[in-house]
Design a protein around this ligand. Structure first.
Ligand code: PLP
Length: 411
């Protein structure tokens, strides 16, 4: 694509999502390309948390579990996420972290086929997916995790596989799996698939029900903007809801928690995947952050994501050409999520120098510069300006300054 700042401005004037940006409280001088790691604050979240804190908790105290609907938040928040991932409104629950939900669903899914010996996953999957898969397998004698490269997955799917654990979109490269094809192949050999939608929900169209997905988990604080450490979501297909049991049989997943019975009886539907008392302030934030989505078309989000990507790819092909960058995100829209990842030997100091210039992306080991392309609040000119600043940093060699070399704990 031949791009200029005018091209970007023209795309912004025609952008059907342009007005949504006003609902976000973005710091004025920052170009935020890290919403795939921590989504920004919405005005709605700020209001909801303030209300939950001051009125609901501060004044109404314990009454709010009933009167403010606190107890319904895990399901109501799930209902707001459901249309973004192609799920039925009763099939999504918000609870715990993505990691904990992965543990719960994976351990449960293994009980569907006790004779099968393999958990199949992708080499280079997100660490929590690898670690939790290993840990779950170690508690089941005979069960092993098999890690294969993305292009070997379909071949590796045989009758030994109990569960496939995959990130729909790879956190580092942004490469996306063909969900329908993998579900179909898995079902043909009698396996189930557990999808991690951390980089899909709110980023790209997802059709869990339409693609025959069994199980999914995903993150509340990335593209869904729920706030730091916001609770995660999980999906269980209607066919599996009665057949699977939560391995952490906490009282909130009981059919009637306030009966205080001595023995566990699982709640019907997805409610059994609750464990303990829900984190109300975080839930209120996530629930409110999902408000704008009711008026947003996923097709518009997908189209804008493509345009933002194409602008950044034009930067890679133009001003950044010959400067040691390598584009590792697939260019074909259906083969990627809503991010662009550039590999560079000096990715860390370049990323730090860019942040110092007000462009916030992130670094992923060993050498990846990652930019989240979040259609709800990014303008095309933001991507254009980010490209210009990155080109300048490369031209001036500013990234070589000593202050940009030190590592941080959170990247
Ligand atoms: C961010 C991310 C998670 C996050 O897990 P938490 O339990 O919320 O820390 C899980 N999976 C993937 C693929 C992620 O990118």
């Amino acid at each position: 694509m031949q791009a200029s700042r005018q091209t970007a401005e023209a795309l912004d004037s025609a952008d059907p999502l342009a007005a949504i940006r006003e609902q976000f409280e973005l710091p004025p001088a920052v170009i935020y390309l890290d919403g795939n790691s921590l989504g920004p604050l919405t005005a709605a979240s700020a209001r909801a948390v303030e209300h939950s804190l001051r009125q609901a908790w501060g004044e109404q105290l314990i009454k709010s579990w009933n009167t403010a609907g606190w107890v319904d938040l895990p399901r109501q928040t799930g209902q707001r996420i459901a249309p973004l991932i192609g799920a039925g409104v009763d099939d999504v629950l918000v609870a715990d972290s993505t990691s904990v939900n992965l543990y719960k669903l994976l351990a449960a899914a293994l009980t569907l086929s006790p004779d099968r010996r393999t958990i199949l996953t992708e080499a280079g999957n997100f660490p929590t997916d690898l670690y939790v898969s290993d840990a779950v397998s170690q508690r089941r004698p005979g069960v092993q995790v098999r890690r294969v490269e993305a292009d070997g997955l379909l071949n590796a799917l045989d009758a030994s596989v109990a569960v496939v654990v995959l990130s729909h979109v790879n956190y580092r490269s942004g490469a996306r799996h063909d969900m329908a094809a993998i579900n179909a192949r898995a079902h043909a050999v009698g396996a189930v698939v557990l999808w991690d939608l951390a980089h899909s929900a709110g980023a790209i169209p997802v059709d869990l029900a339409g693609s025959g997905a069994d199980l999914a988990i995903g993150c509340g604080y990335k593209f869904l903007n729920g706030g730091p450490g916001a609770p995660a979501f999980l999906y269980v297909s209607p066919q599996l809801q009665d057949r699977l049991h939560n391995p952490i049989a906490g009282w909130f997943g009981h059919a009637n928690p306030f009966a205080f019975e001595d023995h566990y009886r699982p709640a019907p539907g997805v409610d059994r995947w609750q464990v303990g008392t829900p984190p109300v302030l975080s839930l209120a934030s996530l629930h409110a952050a999902l408000e704008p989505w009711s008026a947003i078309s996923m097709a518009d989000v997908a189209q804008k994501s493509v345009q933002l990507f194409d602008l950044m790819a034009a930067c890679f092909d133009g001003p950044l050409a010959g400067l040691g960058f390598d584009l590792i995100t697939p260019r074909q829209a259906e083969a990627r999520g809503s991010q662009i990842s550039l590999r560079h030997r000096h990715a860390w100091p370049i990323c730090q120098a860019l942040i110092a210039e007000g462009v916030v992306g992130d670094f992923r080991t060993p050498d990846v510069l990652r930019f989240g392309l979040t259609p709800l609040y990014l303008r095309h000119v933001d991507v254009w300006d980010a490209c210009e600043r990155l080109s300048q940093i490369m031209a001036t060699g500013r990234w070589r300054l000593p202050e940009f070399q030190a590592q941080h704990r959170v990247t």
